[in-house]
Unconditional design. Structure first.
Ligand code: FAD
Length: 482
């Protein structure tokens, strides 16, 4: 467990008393939490790996209130940690270090500002929960395609701040590609009004794209214009057994050629992950007598009808079976069966919590390099004297692997040393293949130092210059990203 060292801030200091009183005047006493028990849930991350300290948890209810809070923080030199649903996996929304800081909880910014079906857009505040946006789109016969296992509690602000990925990136792109405009409050309280609903706008540098993926270190997102898509009429889903990742990549190529933009999911799960899910939830046991080394979940979205969708997927799988590329396949016969197949995929993270100590890696590589990378990474881990098990799954259609290494605990100190050795070996191989050490979860505090170790110094220098220009006092989410 990593907790931040150092003395807690001293809310009794005279300046803190004046600062807290000014916060209460700005947002109301009910929305400034200073009691330790009330603040606790906002001061630790979802996994319980990071714990932080803050003068207060502040919950503004509108953009002018966010601006007022940021002006106060700027005047009093107090740092700000933006937080949405607090489901992030890199410790980005948890305060780091012992400086004077507040958690800016954005959950009350949860209004839908406008819906423009002719333009295919919805404008929402950043505290809206992702699932509510999906449901709103569906109620108007549209699709908002961003989809991830935390969708019932993560927020649009957190999705954009981490440029979230999920299971539909293959067809629709990351959060950045789903957003046309943003409104944000900058470090000194200035409101950047960029809620443009345009698909073309080449009027200078894109502040929208800079703020998206900046993990709360460049500005606080308060609202966004999101793109809506036509809602598919049918979905065909299959689980396919294969021998290895090279075959999965070959099948991906065939599926893209056969289905084009109808291919909306291509998720990889190792046999070891399927076994872990079955141990944890026996109702989700994989359907074959013999465990395959690897399985892929293929999903096709269609705009004609279910029978046509099933026929197309069946034709693809029959041809792959004939050529020996795949060994077996199960085509879902109902939406309930399709949901069960997705539940196997979505149950992996939870199942792995029961398998031992985990070194998790959220990595991305060129799809063409996946098989060679895996062979090299496994060889690098074989050099370690430990009973390591690789639990591999991920969004293979995006080149994004969740490369998780699991072992039985050997005591906190030995586990920490092994964790570091595994991380270094895996990330060194990722860097050698031109990959990313954080494909979709952001750097937060978890990967900040590792990024510094591996990133080109010139690129890091440019990023620091941007941070200095937009937040010269270093008040926005200190200790994260850079
Ligand atoms: P938080 O955790 O509150 O914050 C995340 C970061 O964004 C922090 O740095 C925070 O400071 C910043 N931030 C939050 N709101 C704002 C704002 N309004 N303005 C500026 N900065 C802000 N992620 C994926 O990409 N793909 C997945 O498939 C995926 N699966 C997940 C499955 C599970 C079970 C869990 C728990 C998480 C998963 N995640 C996944 C990670 C996480 O859910 C996403 O990163 C999500 O987008 C974070 O949203 P949030 O509102 O919870 O943000």
């Amino acid at each position: 467990e990593l907790s931040c060292a150092g003395a807690p801030p001293s809310p009794g200091a005279p300046d803190d008393v004046a600062f807290l009183a000014a916060l209460v005047a700005a947002v109301g006493a009910a929305h400034v939490l200073t009691d330790a028990a009330e603040m606790a849930a906002f001061l630790r991350d979802w996994r319980g790996r990071f714990h932080g300290q803050a003068l207060a948890v502040v919950r503004p209810g509108s953009t002018p209130e966010v601006a007022a809070v940021l002006r106060l923080c700027h005047g009093h030199r107090v740092a700000v940690v933006p937080q949405g649903g607090n489901t992030g996996l890199s410790g980005g929304a948890t305060p780091a270090g012992a400086r004077r800081q507040i958690v800016l909880q954005l959950g009350r910014l949860n209004r839908v500002r406008s819906l423009d079906l002719a333009n295919g857009t919805v404008t929402v505040e950043s505290g809206c929960v992702l699932q509510q946006v999906q449901q709103l789109a569906e109620a108007h016969d549209r699709l908002f395609p961003l989809s991830l296992a935390a969708e019932g509690s993560c927020t649009v602000g957190g999705n954009l701040a981490t440029n979230a990925g999920g299971t539909a990136v293959l067809r629709y792109g990351n959060a950045r590609e789903l957003c046309l405009g943003v409104e944000a409050v900058m470090a000194d309280g200035t409101v950047f009004q960029g809620l443009r609903a345009l698909r073309k706008d080449n009027t200078g540098y894109s502040l929208r794209d800079l703020l998206i993926g900046s993990e709360g270190t460049l500005g606080v997102l308060t609202a966004a214009v999101l793109k809506l898509y036509p809602r598919p009429r049918a979905r065909a889903t299959a689980l396919v057994a294969l021998q290895g990742v090279a075959d999965a990549v070959a099948l991906l190529g065939q599926a893209q050629a056969a289905l084009g933009p109808l291919l909306t999911g291509f998720e990889l799960m190792s046999g070891a992950c399927l076994q872990a899910v079955a141990r944890h939830r026996p109702a989700l046991a994989q359907p074959w007598a013999v465990e395959p080394p690897l399985a892929v979940l293929v999903e096709q979205s269609a705009f004609d009808d279910q029978a046509a969708a099933d026929d197309r997927l069946q034709a693809l799988l029959a041809s792959a079976l004939d050529s020996g590329l795949i060994q077996e396949a199960v085509l879902a016969q109902s939406q309930a069966q399709a949901q069960r197949l997705w539940a196997m995929r979505e149950g992996i993270s939870e199942a792995l919590q029961h398998e031992g100590v985990q070194a998790k890696h959220d990595i991305a590589l060129p799809i063409s390099a996946l098989a060679d990378f895996l062979a090299e990474a496994q060889a690098a881990l074989d050099g370690l004297e430990a009973p390591l098990r690789l639990m591999l799954f991920g969004h293979v259609g995006d080149g994004n692997l969740h490369f998780n290494v699991v072992w039985p605990s050997r005591g906190a100190q030995a586990d920490a040393a092994l964790h570091e050795a595994v991380n270094t070996r895996v990330h060194d191989r990722v860097a050698a293949w031109g990959g990313s050490i954080s494909a979709e979860h952001g750097l937060g505090q978890l990967r900040r130092d590792e990024n510094r170790r591996l990133k080109d110094p010139a690129e890091l220098g440019l990023q620091r210059a941007l941070k200095q220009a937009l937040d010269p006092l270093g008040l926005l989410n200190p200790g994260k990203v850079l």
